[in-house]
Design a protein around this ligand. Sequence first.
Ligand SMILES: Cc1ncc(COP(=O)(O)O)c(C=O)c1O
Length: 478
Amino acid sequence: MTDRGKRKAAMREAFDSEGFRAMGHRVIDALADHLRDVATGPVLPWRDPAAAFEDWAPPPHDGGGVEAGLETLARWVAASNHLHHPRYVGHQVPPGMPLAALADAAVSLLNNSMTIFEMSPAGVPVEEAVVQWMCSALGFGAGSGGVLCDGGSIGNLTALVAAREAVVGSRAGETGQHQRLAVLASDQAHYCIGRAAQVMGCEFVPVASDGAYRMDVHALEGELDRLSREGIRVFAVAASACNTPTGSFDPIEEIADVCQKKGLWLHADGAHGASVVLSERHRHLVRGIERADSVTWDAHKMLMMPSLVTGVLFKRGDAACETYAQRSSYLLDKSPKEEWFNPAHKTIECTRRNMAVPLYVALQAYGTRAFADHVDDTIGLAQLFAAEIRARGDFELAIDPPVNIVCFRYRPAGVTEDAALDELQSRLRESVLRSGRFYFVKTRLRNGLFLRTTLLNPRTTIEDLKALLEAVRAAAER
Ligand SMILES: Cc1ncc(COP(=O)(O)O)c(C=O)c1O
């Protein structure tokens, strides 16, 4: 057989059902072993970036067969950051829920694009069911709606473009009536709000936050007056629910009052925190969120979903269609009203992954209440952890954790200088990370650099967190 013929045969085999079964069993067995054994190895197998980039050569001209592919996959798993390790308490990314990960594999294999109903006749209704589940949990009423998109950053951009359309009319720019436009958010908001403003050609104006890192509503009113005097038109305020550095929730109810009075669009960036609406105990943290015009909500943060699953949810579902109402003869040849079943009318994206399926399957299996319990458990764990930090004289808690994000620093007697304290935190983090025993991050707060943990992992216990404090202290003593 010629080389070309051999390659053709290999490609036929690549789509063979029995070949898939055999590969699948091996991959699942390897991943199940990984879940079983992950806690016995390092969380993050430390490599300096330059060395890690050397580890992965460009792909070969001729493949080495399925065996080579599976070996590479195993090598990649071993070298990855292990989010299922109970001592992964780093950035706001959860360990993927196994059932959802399996559903994700089915999504990958079927590859039904979420652009139009015909391409995903089961996926589009499933997404609508998830969107309605989210809208109803937020307290949005009839007529609300939305779409899923690739992450909180795209979600915030999607919502803010709709905000500008609703308040100003984006097409004003096309007719030459250029006006300086601005969006406001707290100085603690995720950087993607500023980036969305940049993409939109608008200004981003940060509003001062208070001692608990929540937007200061008096400062908001002051900024609105100043911008109005300067002839800059504000069209939206983005409340952080919660923010990234400390997990603090802006006072949404008070911000909603200001927006109502001034005719502004209220967007709530609930990428991390919107999940608290599922919890009776913690829902109060986002009191007033039902008054927002739009909300971004990541299920790939507190809801344990593999990345990415973000809801962009509108109180008035039509707002999205009014914004993204392009036509194209090859895809969207009728109005959004006639083609209400085609999601491409509601979003920036064209081909979209079936993001709803893993969450929908997980909700069928475990029910909404299990997710509410998870929210409660992780916030409860954060409170226990804060108490442990407070109880140790050589540690300092940044603020009482509003949610499952806990910031603290090691502050031994005798180290008082700001620069020395900052340097100490960086070095302690690097030392503990290099040991492979924990993964946690850092953030700069008003009074210096702090170590930062996010508790999203159902496998993490208070014993793991006490061990983290011991590891930090031991590194300092060394
Ligand atoms: C408050 C907030 N908004 C937006 C984002 C961005 O979300 P994503 O990483 O899904 O783009 C994050 C991410 O951490 C966040 O914490």
